[in-house]
Design a protein around this ligand. Structure first.
Ligand code: PLP
Length: 369
């Protein structure tokens, strides 16, 4: 006899993060995890350093100052914000609280991996809905919903495809779901989106529990992160905006000190660096366009992206692997996409100008080689 976890746990494939080392290569350029191109904002670095002296103190378990700073920045009620050890933690808590054995979780086929990983951990049956043109198919997702469905996840923009749905489609999804189904809008890349009609999710969160045209609107939660534009992936800091009943549930299940003091201080400082952030957004828009243009000129198909990354499509898994090898030989690490069911693709994070140029030159040489 031996100890055994619940059977569903053994169906979980451990998460494999972006690589960060290449044996024998000294200078590496890591463009595999969609981390901000410029490192942490300078004020966040100073805040983390200053925090070291108080490391013996427990953090504020209520995260009051951070929630107020997030609320002020995004125009949201701090009482409806919950912070987490990365948005991954909040995604996990939502799945564990609202899903579990006997329930189903619906996501799009190439949606973010953590919904699948944590969903299995919780014991949910995971329903992956085929996409159209690597974009979530709302009709397909609605058709996949069954009596046991309790959770629907949509990353908008999505990682790794970069695709985005218009607000009308997101609203159509919510309107088509029963009100005992929680819709989670994962807006990890919201800050990069430049479309005027984009809403990161607050509108549907606010509509939760109201009636539109005599029909009750179900519950929606929006998750956000400090790991991408804010350059704080190593601090593990995310947040969600949710209706009061969901905030109540999360405050029961989260650890009392789930976010550490340095992460909170860094987050508050990062929110204050609005000029720095604006530069990061402008850099991303400019260089994402340049990377797409250069790759297309080299004969590579690139899927349209609203995030800080692009998905390069080499047509076949073998060609994608050869391209990956060619990049590695130059110390460039991007993300292979086999785990996402897209083995013909590589996902490339938009780095600094120099890093972007290195990647596009390497891939141009590869295509001509
Ligand atoms: C990076 C990412 C996250 C996770 O962010 P953390 O806050 O670092 O846990 C969540 N969702 C998507 C779609 C992401 O790409």
């Amino acid at each position: 006899m031996t100890v055994m976890p619940r059977p569903s746990i053994l169906s979980v494939e451990p998460y494999v993060g972006g690589e960060s080392k290449i044996p024998g290569v000294n200078r590496i350029v890591k463009l595999s995890s969609n981390e901000g191109a410029f490192g942490p904002p300078p004020a966040a670095i100073a805040a983390i350093e200053a925090m070291a002296r108080d490391a013996h103190r427990y953090p504020d378990g209520g995260a009051k100052a951070l929630r107020e700073a997030i609320g002020a920045r995004f125009g949201l009620d701090p009482a409806r914000i919950v912070v987490g050890n990365g948005s991954d933690e909040l995604i996990s808590l939502l799945i564990l609280a609202y899903g579990g054995e006997g329930t189903e979780l619906v996501m799009s086929a190439h949606g973010f991996m953590m919904y699948d990983i944590t969903g299995r951990w919780a014991g949910c049956r995971i329903i992956k809905v085929p996409e159209r043109n690597l974009t979530a198919d709302i009709d397909g997702m609605l058709a996949a919903v069954g009596p046991r469905t309790r959770l629907v996840f949509l990353a908008n923009p999505n990682n790794p495809t970069g695709s985005i749905l218009p607000q009308s489609e997101v609203e159509r999804l919510r309107a088509g779901l029963r009100d005992d189904i929680l819709l989670v809008l994962d807006s990890a890349y919201a800050e990069y989106v430049t479309r005027p009609d984009y809403d990161a999710g607050a509108k549907l969160v606010d509509a939760s529990g109201t009636t539109i045209g005599g029909r009750a609107v179900g519950t929606t939660v929006m998750t956000r992160t400090f790991s991408k534009i804010f350059g704080l992936g190593g601090m593990r800091l995310g947040w969600c905006y949710a209706p009061a009943p969901v905030v109540d549930v999360l405050s029961r299940v989260r650890g009392p000190f789930n976010v550490n003091a340095a992460a909170m201080a860094a987050g508050i400082a990062a929110l204050g660096e609005t000029g720095w952030m604006q530069c990061a957004i402008e850099h991303n828009t400019l260089w994402r366009g340049r990377v797409v243009a250069a790759l297309e000129a080299a004969g590579i198909k690139v899927w349209p992206s609203e995030g800080n990354f692009v998905l390069a499509d080499f047509g076949t898994p073998a060609k994608a692997k050869a391209a990956d090898d060619a990049l590695k030989a130059r110390g460039l690490i991007v993300r292979a996409m086999g785990g996402y069911g897209l083995p013909q693709c590589l996902r490339i994070t938009i780095g600094t100008a120099e890093e972007c140029t290195m990647v596009t030159e390497a891939l141009t040489a590869f295509m001509h080689g």
